[in-house]
Design a protein around this ligand. Structure first.
Ligand code: B16
Ligand code: MG
Length: 223
């Protein structure tokens, strides 16, 4: 059987390119404390790859408080968290790119493989700027314009369609269960770089430091 040629790699941001989860945690924690709701780092794991409003619902559910607030109140809570988060991520610098990612991006660029970002975060463009990685990405999906968040495939399909490609020649890289599901629903192979217990469905499980073009091609029988 003829091998597919790898033409695009579509990356998640938080947990793959950089660890922005710690700032999401601090910002949600401040809000949860204010509301008197229990929230810790273990619960924060559930919010990885989950959209802002869905994350808020999960936090409120932890305090049995989903029905306590109007939609307008929930909106302003999410806005407050985001204002706090935006302040925190100003401290992100190029030193915060996760191990191995720079080398992998350089390998892809040198091989002429397209690079896209499929993050549900509306702050993704700002984070890429802080990391000084904007020039590596041929396409950055706009989370605000994607109809359905992960685990729906929309954001990975947006990346693929931007290059007029088909799923067989694209792969996705994720750290969250919901993201791996989104990649699979898009018809692509999924590289998992997250906590192993969360990555059972990934087709290849590595650390970011182990990400190498040859390894990925071999694992997926691509060229
Ligand atoms: P924002 P990813 C996701 O990023 C985060 O993992 C998730 O915790 C966050 O709630 C979501 O972005 C939305 O982010 O509030 O900045 O729009 O993993 O898809 O890169
Ligand atoms: Mg992620």
């Amino acid at each position: 059987m003829e091998k597919n040629k790898l033409k695009a790699v579509i990356f998640d941001l938080d947990g793959v390119i950089t660890d922005s989860a710690k700032y999401h945690y601090l910002a949600w924690k401040a809000l949860a404390d204010e509301l008197g709701i229990d929230f810790d780092e273990a619960y924060n794991e559930k919010l990885k790859g989950v959209s802002r409003m869905e994350s808020l619902e999960l936090i409120l559910a932890n305090g049995n408080a989903c029905d306590k607030y109007t939609d307008e109140e929930k909106f302003s809570m999410a806005e407050k968290k985001n204002d706090n988060y935006k302040e925190l991520i100003k401290q992100i610098t190029p030193a915060d790119v996760l191990p191995g990612i720079m080398d992998f991006l350089n390998e892809l660029k040198a091989a002429g493989i397209k690079i896209a970002l499929a993050s549900v975060s509306k702050n993704a463009p700002f984070i890429l700027k802080q990391l000084e990685l904007e020039d590596y990405f041929n396409y950055v999906a706009d989370a605000a314009k994607v109809p359905n968040a992960k685990p729906f495939p929309d954001i990975f399909l947006a990346g693929m369609e931007a290059f007029s490609l088909t799923p067989e020649v694209c792969i996705g890289v994720e750290d969250a269960r919901t993201g791996v599901e989104a990649i699979h629903r898009a018809g692509m192979k999924a590289v998992g770089v997250g906590t192993p217990s969360e990555m059972e469905e990934a087709d290849l499980l590595v650390t970011t430091g182990e990400l190498k073009l040859e390894l990925v091609k071999k694992a997926f029988n691509m060229e």
